[in-house]
Structure formats: C-alpha cells, structure tokens
Design a protein around this ligand. Structure first.
Ligand code: FAD
Length: 494
C-alpha cells in the first residue's frame, strides 16, 4: 500500500517536472532546457547528488578509520565512515597484524616486565632523535592499554611474543588471523555502535567555510554519483601515499620507482586534501622499507617469501654488500644505498626447489650448475662474482662473518644453484599533515585548522626519520593516535 502511494507520488512529481521542462528556453550555451539539445537529441540526465549530515565524518576505513569511528561513536557523536574500496581494511587488512607494545596484558600473562620507557627510547634511537618525542612517548606509554582495548573489542592475540626490529625485547604482539583479525571485530563493533559505513565511495575534496574551517567533504561513488557530507568534524584516515608514484617522487624519493605492497587505495588523497586546506606537511624522505620479488608476489606467497632466506645477496656488479640476516628495514637501507636496481639471492644445497622452479618460468629465478654459469645467467661480471663467492665461503668456513655480521652464513656449493631476483620495495609511506596531540591538523604557523583531524599512516610524518623502527610500530601508532583523534573530533562537535 505504502509502495503504491509512493509510486503515485513519484509519477506526479515526474509529471510536474516534465511539465516545467516542456516550457524550456535556450540557455547561454545554446542547450535547450526542455531536455533536448540544439540538435533535438536527448540530453544526458542530470547527475544525482546525495547530501548527508553527520557530526563526525571519517575518511578511510582501515585501522585508523575504524578506531576513530568507534571512539567518536562511543563519545556519543553521529558518525559516517567513507571507504573508497569495496571492503574495509586498507593496508591494515593486508598487514601481518603485528603490534609493538609494552606493559600489555599479553606481556603480563607471559611474565614479561618491561617499562614503556624502553620501548620509547628504542623508537627514538631508531629515528636518530628526529621523531616527535612527546608523541613517541605517548604512543609507547599507551601501547599496552591499546592492546587491552583491542582485546576488549574482540581482537585475539597469540600468547607468543616476538622480538622485532633490532631490539631483543619481546614486544611483538600478533593478532590471530593477522590484519583480518584486527579489522573484522572492529568493523562489527563500529556497526553495532551505529557508525554508518559507506563503501565504494572516494572522498575527493574537503568543504571549507569562508574562515577556512572544514565543514564537510565531497565524494563520488563507484556509480559516478556525487555525495556531499556536511560534518562538524572530519577525520582523515586515508592511509599513506605509497601507491602514488608522483607523491613518492615528491615526498619520499628514496622509494622512487620501487613497488609497494600497500593497499591500492593509498594514493595520498588525505595528504592532498589536507595540503589544499592549508596544512603544514611533514615528510623526511622515509618509507617502511622492505624488499620483494614483484608486486603480485606477496611475502606470504611461496616464491615471494624466499626473500627471507639469509643467503648470499649480490648486487649487479656481483659484489656482496650487506648482512643478509639483518632486520628488513636496515636491509632496505643497504639496498637503496647501493647503486644497483636489482639484487640476487643465491640458493645452493638444500633449496626450496618447487618455489624456485616456478620462479624460473616467471623470469624471477636463474638456474645453473656452476658459479660461472650462474654469473652469466644473472648478467653480473663473472670474475667479481667468483671472488665474492670465494670470500663468502671462506667466512662461512671459519663460522664468523667478519665482513657484514650475518650470523647464519653458510657455504654455497656448485651443483644445483639458483639466483632469485630481489628488488627494494615498500610497505607504506612516512609523511603527511602535521598534527597536534589531539590529532588536529595544523597549518604552517602551528594553528589548528578548525574541524580537521588526521590519524594513521596519513599523518605519521612526525613519528619517524627514514628508518622504520620495528614491525608493529606503525599499527600501534595508528590505533593509539586514531582513537584519540576520533574522541577529540567527537568532543569538539558538542
Ligand atoms: C603487506 C603489509 C604488511 C604490514 N604489516 C604490518 C604489521 O604487521 N605491523 C605494523 O605495524 N605495520 C604493518 N604494515 C604497515 C601498516 O599496515 C600500515 O601502516 C597501517 O595499517 C596503516 O593504517 P591506516 O588505517 O592508517 O591506513 P589503511 O589501513 O591503509 O587504511 C586507509 C584506508 O583509506 C582508504 N582511502 C584512501 N583514500 C580514500 C578516500 N579519498 N576516500 C575514502 N577512502 C579512502 C583506503 O582505501 C584504505 O582502506 C604492513 C603493511 C603492508 C602493506
């Protein structure tokens, strides 16, 4: 009945609209306003525009977006979260789900006692004192409580803690099911709290009033429909910019031309929108440095995962150049400092033959029986490579890598030899709008841009120098700071 009434109403509205259109005149562009153009052909229908009102608009539905949305909703604000992809999660979903934390309930259960100050000190050292100390201290101090918060929201952590980065402290907390184990429960909590989640919609521009305050945003969904969000506060949680070659060239040229394992939507929209709203941008030419075989071979793939073997690595000149068992962000540094575009990891003896053979078909792996043949297949100078192998084996035999300190050094022998091509690659970017401890975006004079907040990888420029301190530091920072930003944004709307 109700449907019939609505249908009749719709027909009447259409009739009125068509009647008005029938009285059409010609506009300045010579287009008939009666729905036909000057050639008498039907005009394309006007695009629909949807307007939505909310107190807090969260842009991006990864870890930061969900954490901010949950806190804002718990603070009593109405919240809309807009995600450009068809699923929530971003890089957080793709991640290993590791969080770095001290004084957490998991550590307590494991009998590990370690003050948060040690974690903060380690982070500052890895950032050569260049990170924002107040923020790093705050993250470290709240990292344990953050694990408790995630557990309360349904995230399950394994009881085995790991040492990450170059610290022996067991601060690596592993969410069960990795990134999925973080996103799935948080999505459920957000939905239960009434957060309106809109997928397949890209926020394209912020809306500013005459005083430069942010009062909403414009977006476009995958059907081409324009959406206007009127909001009292906007939280940018759009992740990093590592999938934008242009922004990498501009803000992190160290990674120019390299591939990235980050989520496809992370093209720096948040940084751009904040910049357009007048934000101060902090970027120090750093990234979450990693390495890989190719963008379509994740490190969880049998072939992609071969990069973790602590084998002899050589550059394009056939020379050894690093500790192959080092922490990945430091190996990345060594790779980018080297002049080569690509590197080779040499496998001999007991090898994961199935994955390597698959790599031959795809052009990532070379196979040979002698060192000379292998050098030729790789295209590196034969004599230099032979010299490198001789020295490597000499060190392996004495059982101490005096040159680079690889504790897993082992001799390589002719017979069945493989060379895996390895490239420097990244997991995410460093850099974005400067924020204060409340997550408010700041202009170059240090004044907050009213109504604009940012949290997560989009706003991590103050947290690092060029080296990523350890696995788990990014997601911990993402959650600790995004939760606060969401809460602060909600409070500001009251
Ligand atoms: C393979 C991989 C493994 C990793 N493992 C770990 C780990 O174990 N531990 C750790 O600490 N770090 C890890 N990292 C890094 C970490 O995952 C990220 O730094 C972190 O998850 C970023 O969270 P975020 O919420 O800020 O961004 P994301 O989780 O990337 O979310 C941003 C979201 O915003 C959306 N978005 C972007 N622009 C718009 C727009 N204009 N409109 C609407 N939506 C938009 C994106 O589509 C995306 O869904 C890993 C990264 C990768 C790629």
């Amino acid at each position: 009945m109700l449907k019939r009434k609505r249908m009749l109403m719709l027909i009447s509205i259409l009739l009125i609209v068509s009647m008005i259109a029938a009285c059409g005149t010609t506009d300045d562009n010579g287009v008939e306003e009666n729905g036909l153009d000057e050639n008498g052909e039907a005009e394309a229908p006007e695009e629909e525009e949807t307007v939505m009102d909310t107190e807090v608009l969260v842009v991006g539905g990864g870890g930061a977006g969900l954490a901010a949305a949950i806190e804002a909703a718990e603070e009593g604000a109405s919240v809309i979260l807009v995600e450009k992809l068809s699923i929530l999660g971003g890089s957080t979903l793709l991640s290993g789900g590791i969080l770095h934390a001290a004084e957490s309930p998991v550590q307590e259960r494991a009998g590990i006692e370690e003050p948060w100050e040690d974690f903060a000190e380690y982070w500052m050292e890895m950032s050569e004192g260049d990170a924002d100390e107040e923020m790093v201290n705050y993250i470290a101090q709240n990292s344990g409580e953050n694990i408790a918060w995630l557990e309360e929201k349904g995230v399950v952590f394994g009881e085995d803690l790991t040492a990450e980065g170059i610290s022996p402290a067991k601060r690596g907390h592993h969410a069960e099911d990795g990134g999925f184990g973080l996103i799935r429960p948080l999505e459920e909590v957000a939905r239960d709290l009434g957060v309106e989640i809109i997928l397949n919609t890209t926020v394209t521009d912020l809306i500013l009033d005459d005083d430069g305050a942010v009062i909403g945003a414009e977006g476009e969904n995958s059907d081409g429909e324009t959406l206007t969000f009127n909001a009292k506060a906007v939280v940018l949680a759009t992740g990093g910019f590592s999938q934008s070659p242009e922004m990498i060239d501009e803000y992190a040229p160290v990674a120019s031309g390299q591939f990235c394992y980050a989520a496809s939507g992370n093209v720096g929209d948040g940084l751009r929108m904040a910049r357009e709203a007048g934000a101060d941008i902090v970027a120090k030419d750093g990234v979450i440095g990693f390495r890989g075989v190719s963008p379509d071979r994740s490190y969880r793939d049998p072939l992609g995962g071969l990069v973790f073997y602590p084998n002899l690595y050589v550059d394009e000149s056939g020379q050894r150049f690093m500790n192959e068992a080092n922490y990945y962000a430091l190996m990345y540094e060594d790779m980018v400092e080297n002049e080569s575009d690509k590197f080779y990891s040499i496998f001999s003896g007991e090898v994961p033959a199935e994955a390597l053979e698959e790599g031959i078909e795809d052009g990532y792996v070379f196979k040979a029986e002698s060192f000379e043949e292998l050098a030729e297949a790789m295209g590196v100078p034969v004599d230099d490579f032979l010299e490198t192998v001789e020295r490597f084996n000499e060190l392996a035999e004495i059982g101490e890598d005096e040159d680079y300190g690889n504790p897993a050094i082992a001799t390589i022998e002719e017979g069945e030899l493989y060379a895996l091509t390895v490239l420097p690659a990244t997991l995410g970017s460093f850099g974005g709008p400067r924020v204060n401890m409340q997550g408010e975006v700041l202009d170059p004079d240090g004044n907050p841009i009213k109504g604009l907040y940012a949290a997560g990888e989009v706003a991590n420029g103050q947290l690092y120098k060029s080296v990523y301190p350890a696995s788990g530091t990014s997601i911990t920072a993402v959650f600790v700071l995004a939760r606060d930003a969401g809460r602060e944004a909600a409070m500001a709307t009251k």
